[in-house]
Write a protein that binds this ligand. Sequence first.
Ligand code: NDP
Length: 491
Amino acid sequence: MPVSTYKILIDGKWISSESGETYSRVNPANYSEVIGKFQQGNEKDVNKAVDAAEDAFEKWREVPPPKRGEILLKVAQLLKENKEELSRVMTREMGKVLAETRGDVQEAIDICEYMAGEGRRLFGRTTTSELPNKFSMTVRLPLGPVACITPWNFPIAIPAWKLSAALISGNTVVFKPSSDTPLCAIKFVEILEKAGLPKGVVNLVTGPGETVGTRLVKHKKIRAVSFTGHKDTGTQILKEAGIGKRVGLELGSKNPIIVMDDADLRLALDGVLWGAFGTCGQRCTAASRVIVHKKVEQKFERMLVERTKKLRLGNGLNPKTDVGPLVNKKAQEKVTKYIEIGEHEGAKLCCGGKTPKLKGWFVEPTVFTNASSDMKIFQDEIFGPVVSLTEAGNLDEAIDLANAVEYGLSSSIYTNNIQNIMKAVKYLEFGLTYVNASTIGSEVHLPFGGAKASGNGFKEAGWTGINLFTEEKTVYIDYSGKLQRAQIDIE
Ligand code: NDP
């Protein structure tokens, strides 16, 4: 099949990069299959895209938010109509199994519908004044051109989370997707165009993070950066953005599932398998640590190893596949390195750990036991199909172990005891806690984001999703006709 060359979108026109260069992306389940050639964008492309976004802002900010919402509803409709095609493109481009890529597109549909409704809310507050004949309120205003920088593991859902919130709030966007998933980004932006988004309101520049991403982050006209990705990249972005620009960070994590001695072990087992090996362990909310009560540890370990060995690796388009490939060679090397580290540190490798001789970047689903909190496999985000078990004597110890990492995105507990549940809700230092469910499975109408090193406080989705993208301006209207001094003229 001939390989297509794709373009970038600036001011409503699909054009080639100023660099004159392209790069290829291949299917991670079969690296002899080329997905397409994509523009190797550079700083000049970013400058043009930001100028286009700045121009488009003048008109877009005047469009009433419910009208902006109508476009998002149309986006949701088009995503529904193209769901199967988009899901297949996504599985070919980044590897996760078809059931999960369908879920990814569905999440984009859900957030577009949710944010369309936000067009009729965008709530500020009214309140009282300490002075007579004075009115106080807040209103939400857009910021201007914003940057959305996204990873590859949710290549339509995460852009949809960010762009829908930015757009409903009245901002214009320069979108820089992961270099591993440019085609999903292009397909999504094509749908935004078809839905009637005016030219320049969303601009798409593909290309390397170090050039395209850095230029965007440093650009003086960019008013906010919404970033999802690695902790180290987020740390760098925070430094480079400088003052006068908001930065919202959704970073990695090392998420625990606690299994108590009173838990329904079969339910917990399903949750651990889904949390650890869904998306081949490449989710920021993946369950990579299981902290098990000592009374049930051996039984649970046996159950987990037995089921893990039965998981089928393969191409995500095959309905029999349970676990797809890792996203690229670098990821495969990183995961295999961590498996070696785990063995070297003294954890016990119970199953998996090998890289099958296939033409894709696969690693077998892997289970370690006897992981202690000082080990790297307990502390570091591996971002692959590797889960480790650690024993705890009681719930307090389990919570201490769960919290003994720098991250704090998602956590889970399996128990049927209400005291255990409420203690976990109170003391687990994570942005999300699931009870009798795995660490993954967020719904778009609730806030999403991490504590500690997993983020910086701006939560995406739900009613909090617009906070990064709106200035909540405080307004005082004094209609007394005289000078009234707050805190002074209060008698
Ligand atoms: P990266 O941080 O490597 O990349 C994320 C995005 O940032 C990509 O578009 C990348 O571009 C770009 N980028 C890279 N370097 C820079 C830079 N210096 N300045 C600006 N942009 C840059 O992460 P991954 O794509 O590898 O994603 C995996 C990580 O994302 C994991 O750590 C995971 O936990 C986290 N994640 C967090 C989520 C959350 O909500 N908390 C959700 C999903 C993932 P390019 O591809 O061209 O390098």
